[in-house]
Design a protein. Structure first.
Length: 205
């Protein structure tokens, strides 16, 4: 849903325009505190844990910004002794000419932030994923010219997503986000989990 928010469409436009130069790294921090044993995020058998729940966003936004698929992945994971879920995961995605780094956690003080580092500037998305539908959000862009803030009016990204899907169905067009994107994102998560166990770089394939 986050890709349908106007702030991310603007980020995409800025990156594609070349304003911040060549993208060199995308860094994502995303965490919250959740220790309820009955919460699905803490039940390993049904896919609980930080990588599945929010690591997917770190992988997705890096792929979106860089405009390519990573070649290999490395990940260090900490697991809850009771739940068995991954509660803290730090990873590196190697895109060849660029990389992405991230830390996600489910037993950490709540935070979320994405920073795009380029050869000529950087972009900070202050509230990248859980944007409030009734409050504006801000993206900060810094280049040699200076720093500016781009504020986006309140937007319900879920409504925008559903409306876009609905139009595609009614008009018999391709859906905005194809199923292939989910498959490709899942390949990244699979490689990260393999790296947890191997302790080494794992190919994304």
């Amino acid at each position: 849903m986050y890709r349908f928010h106007p702030q991310w469409r603007r980020v995409g436009e800025i990156v594609r325009s070349g304003e911040i130069g060549k993208v060199q790294c995308v860094h994502t921090s995303f965490a919250f505190m959740q220790i309820d044993p009955g919460n699905i995020r803490n039940i390993v058998e049904v896919g609980g844990g930080s990588l599945y729940d929010i690591g997917c966003y770190a992988a997705s936004c890096a792929r979106f910004v860089i405009g390519a698929e990573p070649l290999r992945a490395l990940c260090l994971v900490q697991r809850d002794r009771t739940f068995g879920t991954d509660t803290l995961a730090t990873g590196i995605l190697d895109f060849g000419g660029a990389r992405a780094t991230f830390t996600v956690g489910t037993q950490t003080h709540a935070c979320q932030r994405v920073e795009v580092l380029g050869s000529a500037g950087n972009i900070v998305v202050h509230l990248p994923f859980n944007a409030w539908p009734d409050s504006p959000v801000r993206v900060t862009v810094t280049t040699a010219v200076g720093t500016r803030n781009i504020d986006t009016p309140p937007t319900d990204q879920y409504v925008v997503m559903v409306e876009a899907f609905s139009r595609a169905v009614r008009e018999k067009r391709d859906v905005p986000t194809p199923a292939r994107d989910a498959v490709d994102n899942m390949k990244v998560l699979d490689a990260l989990f393999r790296s947890e166990h191997s302790g080494a770089w794992e190919p994304v394939s």
